[in-house]
Design a binder for this molecule. Structure first.
Ligand code: FAD
Length: 382
């Protein structure tokens, strides 16, 4: 499909990323899925190619250009190759904006060069065992003592949780206040009392490390506070739309790749003496999916342009997230059905697409919460 949002520079970048994924990631991904994690070396290789945090200012090794189209290209190429193990999107799309917007120059100088080269891997820790959707209900506390915070609490389901060197952590600096008591602290690998739990076993996204994190009297320098104390919730609300758009981008790319492989299969698989693609039911299935994916693609591309222009609203990002991820789950299910019994076999890529898709309506804010957010926006319009 023609995508007018991209310029020749983006197309060249996509070619380079595609070749990198084919050469450096795809051949090893099955092994990483077995190991439940990717090697740190792949981060450094991606950094060397300029695939990580390219919107960092030039003095820290980035391009100095904030253009989400480059992020989208990396997300799309990994999604279509079923290579979601390396959590590059979490690092560049989700954590990077917090560093860019709220970090001081001193913090940027400490963290950005390593984030660009892939020496420093980042994660964001909001979710806790007792609370996910209700973010203001977190219980991890950070109590200030002079120039340090003492952090106690626990996080769970943290992507890049095992590999991360920097964890942007949502903490309560005022446990009695809900939203206004939240702050963001960067907790670093090696700080005493910062422990990682298990690499959690998931039904999909097998090569991505997802971990529990424990903070027991971790002394975090006040110099690691991002932005202002008490503003954490507001910062999260400002940056979550980009995270949600990134999920939508992955969803549409995965749908396109799955449909393409399903169309090929329907041409070659025969039943009752003809290709299964020649049955009217199959043609309708493929036609409906192609239609819905095209509609999603147009909307998500529009959201990418709006994000770049600074006009993407939280509601639009929520629409893209819930619609595209719901579509992804439906498309994977329908495609898998067309593969018959082979679709149920893990050696068939469609089975992995199906398993990887299921988390998309859950993380980044559940799709139910997305609809709440859109609904509240409508209330406010009255
Ligand atoms: C693979 C994976 C990776 C993740 N990565 C990260 C990460 O890197 N960082 C991080 O912080 N978190 C991460 N998460 C956590 C994820 O964001 C949460 O799981 C998600 O926000 C839902 O929270 P919960 O699991 O506590 O579910 P709950 O909040 O307990 O929700 C349970 C159910 O109740 C519904 N519900 C809740 N509130 C409402 C409401 N108001 N109206 C209607 N329905 C509602 C939900 O939609 C859901 O269906 C990850 C999760 C997974 C599975």
């Amino acid at each position: 499909m023609n995508r007018p949002i991209f310029t020749p520079d983006h197309i060249m970048f996509r070619d380079a990323v595609r070749r990198f994924v084919e050469r450096e990631i795809a051949p090893f991904h099955a092994q990483w899925e077995e190991e439940g994690i990717v090697p740190r070396g792949i981060w450094r290789k991606a950094g060397a190619l300029g695939m990580l945090c390219f919107d960092a200012p030039e003095e820290y090794g980035g391009s100095g250009e904030t253009d989400f189209r480059y992020n989208a290209i990396v997300d799309e190429e990994l999604a279509r190759a079923q290579a979601m193990g390396p959590g590059f999107g979490i690092h560049s799309d989700i954590i990077m904006p917090y560093i860019l917007r709220y970090a001081t120059d001193e913090q940027k100088a400490r963290w950005l060069p390593g984030m660009v080269t892939g020496e420093l891997i980042s994660a964001i820790a909001m979710t806790e065992p007792n609370t996910g959707s209700d973010l203001a209900g977190i219980r991890t506390t950070a109590v200030r003592h002079g120039d340090r915070y003492l952090v106690n609490g626990q996080k769970t389901f943290i992507s890049n949780g095992i590999l991360a060197d920097l964890v942007v952590t949502a903490v309560k600096t005022d446990p009695d206040a809900r939203h206004k008591g939240m702050s963001l602290l960067v907790i670093e690998r090696g700080m005493a009392g910062f422990e990682r739990g298990r690499n959690l076993e998931k039904m999909g996204l097998k090569a991505q490390d997802t971990a529990e994190l424990y903070f027991n009297d971790v002394e975090v320098p006040a110099a690691n506070l991002l932005g202002e104390e008490g503003e954490g919730f507001r910062y999260l609300m400002q940056q979550l739309p980009q995270e949600r758009l990134s999920i939508a981008v992955i969803a549409v790319a995965a749908c396109e790749a799955a449909l393409e492989m399903t169309i090929d299969y329907c041409r070659t698989r025969h039943a009752f003496g003809k290709p299964i693609g020649s049955f009217q039911h199959t043609r309708f299935e493929l036609a409906e999916m192609q239609t819905e994916i095209t509609i999603a693609r147009v909307f998500v591309d529009r959201c990418i342009s709006e994000l770049n222009a600074g006009t993407l609203t939280a509601e639009e990002a929520a629409m893209a997230k819930w619609w595209a991820s719901d579509l992804q789950v439906r498309v994977m299910d329908r495609c898998l059905q067309l593969f018959g019994g082979y679709g149920y076999m893990l050696e068939y890529p469609i089975a992995r697409f199906y398993l990887d898709a299921r988390v998309q309506p859950i993380y980044g804010g559940t799709n139910e919460v997305m609809k709440e957010l859109i609904g509240r926006g409508l209330e406010n319009k009255k």
